[in-house]
Ligand binder design. Structure first.
Ligand SMILES: *[C@@H]1O[C@H](CO)[C@@H](O)[C@H](O)[C@H]1NC(C)=O
Ligand SMILES: *[C@@H]1O[C@H](CO)[C@@H](O)[C@H](O)[C@H]1NC(C)=O
Ligand SMILES: *[C@@H]1O[C@H](CO)[C@@H](O)[C@H](O)[C@H]1NC(C)=O
Ligand SMILES: *[C@@H]1O[C@H](CO)[C@@H](O)[C@H](O)[C@H]1NC(C)=O
Ligand SMILES: *[C@@H]1O[C@H](CO)[C@@H](O)[C@H](O)[C@H]1NC(C)=O
Ligand SMILES: *[C@@H]1O[C@H](CO)[C@@H](O)[C@H](O)[C@H]1NC(C)=O
Ligand SMILES: *[C@@H]1O[C@H](CO)[C@@H](O)[C@H](O)[C@H]1NC(C)=O
Ligand SMILES: *[C@@H]1O[C@H](CO)[C@@H](O)[C@H](O)[C@H]1NC(C)=O
Ligand SMILES: *[C@@H]1O[C@H](CO)[C@@H](O)[C@H](O)[C@H]1NC(C)=O
Ligand SMILES: *[C@@H]1O[C@H](CO)[C@@H](O)[C@H](O)[C@H]1NC(C)=O
Ligand SMILES: *[C@@H]1O[C@H](CO)[C@@H](O)[C@H](O)[C@H]1NC(C)=O
Ligand SMILES: *[C@@H]1O[C@H](CO)[C@@H](O)[C@H](O)[C@H]1NC(C)=O
Length: 808
């Protein structure tokens, strides 16, 4: 591995598990801080302080960088519960077994959202990286501020895919502000105003990248994109400032700019990069979308300042904070009222002109007109039009969408424009008592709850990702996605954790009891060293296959389902890549159905296993917003627990689809014999339907207790699919052990299996259909003749597909 790659991997792993730097300061349980007495816990160097700092009329709890009282050097890099009211001066903060708890007159508030009480916390540490970490008694990280960023990213900290930074209100107010940095699921890094959808209309700056999983600021001050699939390759080095001993951090500022700062030993802070860069738009702050709120426009003064001005007929929502936007200062009449009135429109509205402004393309109707007057008239008569923009050079008339957003004043160099605004008359001259629209009167719908929604967005952005990845769980029986809100405690409990090499050495008693060996490494039995100690675990030592380690961590670490083997933790030290799973006492399905020395599972068990595997796979494909293709479904990768419940394991070959995509381009994976014919080429587009084929093969094997590629000819057939078809046609008799087989059920399930093996992916059922059909909730039609490709050649006893795969 090249050194650069290696260091990127380390940064990646380190930020993944939060061990940037050695633990330094030590804060034992029982430690206490108060807003007025001992206010903070310092890092070893004293550069970082966790605790109370002054904000507004009270205090907040957070991390201060260069905490010097009465000095302008101090910088808040993290705040707990940033949108809460200021904390009164009589508050206390304790670190105990429940984590960090803020004691207020009105009650306790827990800052560390740890999961259940089984976790024994031991100490916390304010590190010189700017990370505050809480450890359990086994020195495993239980919580860290790096996982919950506000507006600042310290060197070594990562924003994972789907997460955001949200700017603060101002340098002195850390509440959620108006801008958002999104590490999007498509791998792009984009700046938006908060509360807007992730579309180009709202973006004001983007990297334009695709397919990355996270954003890291490295210790040299360069921003890098990480890609778990390709080994955390450093990608995007933005700048080259390697000022020794400087600490770098990135912040999404209250004004919407993204800035990277370097701070040297004496606390001097320098901006080393800014996005969007000033030279791109002549230092015009108005290019930041959302610099001014709705129904206002931004006018740049040229010296780097910008003003937010209301359109004619509109007034500031909050004159003390003009950036919040404007609201209508006139009555809006319903179209029916205006129409029904005996007077014409001019009894209700007048038209105001405003010169030299523009909007980014956001009109609902654009047409060519002969004159300025025609444009103004078109808007005047259109009941839904409240503003139109006339471009004299092109004689174009754009009717603008309401409420108006991102309006900007043009400079002298731009083509002049004329905008028309429909403004309500102070006194209606209409004779009828027409009613205003609804009861909203003078307020613009949507602007009133703006502050509220700003707050909501901040919390929502963080919670949303949790919901999507951890909480979109499958509700048994109803086949619906269940996205429970606010179950973050549960989510944390399900997240895999870090084990040290020594812990796992002890847990497995020196890797004594080997319970399996696969293509990628050996599996050992052990006993869980932490939490519910004594719980059996399976410890998989991977043979130098980093990619698989990461892939598995990424796939199974993010999903949780009754029918998926749970990943409890992981370990990476030196060349060792180790994964820790729940122990599945009854071994693999392959052992269960192909080992002749054991009694085969009963029919009932087989049916229930089939259903378990189908459900697990359905969850992977459709349970969450990112579809996961398993890629290697076979009886060896299905494990059975004590309770007889089957779970899918080995997600090392899994492939994630981008949200909204149904196919992906990937190297062919999987095991010959279980692999879909449409995945035979070395590189191909695949969809989750490749798993459906593998499931079909597995299902037939489970039903018949035979290998799909029959070792001995059965009724003239060489594979189970052809034989099953013959059986369904009544051309052969049942020859499978187990007397308790329900013939009707068997036939139904075989039909499902044969549909799964359909040659064309579109004709194959989805796993949802499979679950429905196996559960007898959907009628299964008679399947077509199995695909020829599945026939085994008489001379080699293998399928052509298997042979091709082996050759490739
Ligand atoms: C910070 O800003 C928020 C939202 O604008 C406001 O509600 C809060 O009162 C402000 N806090 C302080 C201390 O000024
Ligand atoms: C902090 O900044 C303010 C103005 O921004 C200035 O008046 C004050 O003297 C500064 N304080 C220190 C300690 O530098
Ligand atoms: C904070 O601690 C002090 C002294 O330990 C105590 O007197 C005070 O009541 C505590 N305040 C709260 C809000 O718990
Ligand atoms: C960054 O620094 C390296 C040497 O430290 C130099 O070779 C490289 O050209 C620099 N890149 C830029 C963009 O300045
Ligand atoms: C920090 O930077 C300032 C300005 O460049 C310089 O005067 C000062 O000596 C630096 N301090 C350290 C410790 O490098
Ligand atoms: C207004 O009234 C005319 C006829 O009186 C009718 O054709 C038209 O659809 C009405 N428009 C609206 C918006 O109600
Ligand atoms: C609308 O009414 C005004 C007076 O209220 C009148 O001057 C104008 O001609 C009318 N326009 C039409 C098209 O009826
Ligand atoms: C409509 O606006 C124009 C100027 O924009 C003004 O001269 C005129 O008096 C207004 N009409 C009414 C009825 O207010
Ligand atoms: C736009 O408005 C004009 C009249 O104002 C109308 O003739 C045209 O059909 C509209 N176009 C669309 C696409 O609605
Ligand atoms: C923008 O501000 C300048 C003065 O700084 C002023 O001359 C100009 O008219 C303003 N433009 C608009 C559209 O308000
Ligand atoms: C609008 O822009 C044109 C050309 O840039 C200029 O001549 C005119 O004075 C501007 N009008 C206003 C009101 O700023
Ligand atoms: C808002 O409307 C009221 C009454 O229509 C008027 O008196 C007031 O001047 C308007 N305010 C602004 C800023 O236009």
């Amino acid at each position: 591995m090249e050194p650069e790659k290696a260091s990127a991997v380390l940064v990646l792993i380190a930020s993944l598990i939060g061990i940037v730097g050695a633990p330094d300061s030590f804060i034992g349980t029982g430690s206490i801080l108060s807003a007025t007495g001992n206010t903070a816990w310092l890092s070893i160097s004293g550069k970082f302080a966790f605790g109370f700092y002054k904000e507004g009329s009270g205090f907040a709890v957070g991390i201060n960088f260069f905490p010097k009282p009465n000095s302008n050097h101090s910088t808040v890099i993290w705040t707990a519960d940033r949108d809460h009211q200021p904390i009164p001066s009589n508050a206390n903060l304790t670190f105990g077994n429940e984590g960090l708890v803020l004691h207020l007159d009105e009650g306790d508030r827990i800052i560390t959202d740890l999961y259940d009480g089984t976790l024994q916390l031991a100490y916390a540490s304010m590190q010189d990286s700017g990370n505050f970490i809480v450890y359990d008694m086994y020195r495993n990280m239980a919580w860290q501020t790096f996982d919950n960023p506000t507006d600042t990213l310290m060197a070594g900290q990562e924003i994972p895919m789907g997460h955001n930074l949200i700017s603060s209100v101002s340098a002195n107010n850390q509440s959620s502000g108006r801008f958002r940095l999104a590490m999007q699921r498509d791998g792009n890094v984009v700046l938006y105003p908060v509360n807007t959808p992730e579309t180009g209309t709202h973006a004001y700056w983007a990297l334009g990248t695709r397919g990355y999983d996270g954003l890291v600021l490295d210790h040299e001050g360069s921003l890098r994109l990480t890609d778990l699939n390709s080994g955390g390759q450093p990608f995007f080095a933005w700048l080259n400032s390697s000022q020794a001993m400087s600490v770098h951090f990135l912040r999404l500022e209250a004004d919407g700019y993204l800035r990277i700062y370097s701070r040297n030993q004496s606390g001097l802070m320098m901006v080393s990069a800014q996005y969007p860069a000033d030279n791109n738009n002549n230092n015009n702050k108005c290019f930041i979308k959302g610099a001014c709120g709705l129904n206002s426009y931004c006018n740049s003064t040229g010296n780097g300042d910008a003003h937010c001005l209301c359109f004619p007929g509109y007034v500031y929502i909050d004159p003390s904070r003009v950036v919040m936007g404007c609201e209508r200062n006139f009555t809006r009449w319903s179209c029916e009222a205006v129409n029904a009135s005996t007077s014409n429109v001019s009894a209700f509205y007048n038209i105001s002109r405003l010169l030299n402004i523009t909007w980014p393309d956001d009109n609902y109707n654009s047409s060519t007109v002969k004159s300025e007057h025609e444009c103004s008239d078109a808007c005047f008569r259109d009941c839904n039009c409240y503003a139109a923009l006339f471009l004299p050079s092109e004689k174009l008339c754009n009717k603008q969408r309401y409420p108006f957003q991102y309006g900007i004043a043009l400079s002298d160099q731009d083509e002049p424009t004329v905008a028309f605004f429909k403004v309500g008359l102070a006194e209606q001259k209409n004779q009828l008592s027409a009613k205003p629209v609804g009861s909203e009167n003078l307020r613009v719908p949507g602007t009133v709850p703006l502050v509220l929604s700003l707050l909501l967005t901040a919390t929502f952005a963080v919670v949303l990702d949790f919901l999507i990845f951890f909480l979109c769980r499958y509700r048994m029986g109803t086949y619906r996605r269940l996205c429970e809100s606010m179950e973050t405690g549960l989510a944390k409990a399900m997240a895999p954790r870090f084990f040290s090499y020594k812990q796992l050495m002890d847990a497995t008693d020196g890797y004594k009891e080997e319970i399996g060996e696969g293509k990628y490494g050996k599996v050992f039995k052990g006993l869980l060293p932490t939490g519910d100690a004594g719980t059996p675990i399976a410890v998989k030592k991977l043979k130098n296959v980093r990619e698989k380690f990461r892939n598995e961590l990424k796939s199974i670490g993010r999903v949780h389902h009754r029918n998926l083997v749970r990943l409890l933790g992981f370990c990476h030290e030196g060349s060792d890549w180790i994964l820790v799973y729940e122990y599945m006492s009854r071994g693999s399905l392959a052992d269960l159905i192909f080992q002749s020395h054991e009694a085969p599972p009963s029919w009932k068990q087989r049916v229930s296993i089939a259903m378990d595997v189908a459900r697990g796979l359905y969850y992977l494909h459709e349970g969450c917003d990112v579809a996961i293709i398993h890629g290697d479904i076979k009886p060896d990768n299905v494990l059975i627990g004590d309770d007889g419940i089957a779970k899918i394991g080995d997600l090392g070959l899994a492939k994630h689809l981008q949200p909204g995509n149904h196919i992906t381009y990937t190297r062919s994976r999987g095991t010959p014999g279980y692999k879909a014919p449409d995945w035979a080429k070395p590189c191909d587009w695949v969809s989750p339907k490749v798993d459906v084929v593998s499931f079909g093969v597995l299902l037939l094997e489970l039903l018949c207790l035979k290998k799909f590629c029959l070792l001995l000819e059965l009724d003239g057939e060489f594979n189970l699919a052809s034989w099953a078809y013959k059986f369904l046609k009544g051309q052969t008799k049942w020859q499978v052990p187990g007397e308790d087989v329900d013939a009707e059920e068997l036939k139904e399930m075989m039909k499902v299996a044969l549909w799964c093996l359909h040659g064309s992916p579109e004709k194959r059922p989805s796993m949802y259909d499979v679950v429905m059909m196996l559960g007898r909730k959907k009628i299964v039609e008679f399947p077509p003749v199995p695909l020829l490709d599945w026939n085994v050649r008489a001379d080699t006893g293998r399928t052509p597909m298997a042979e091709e795969a082996e050759r490739g």
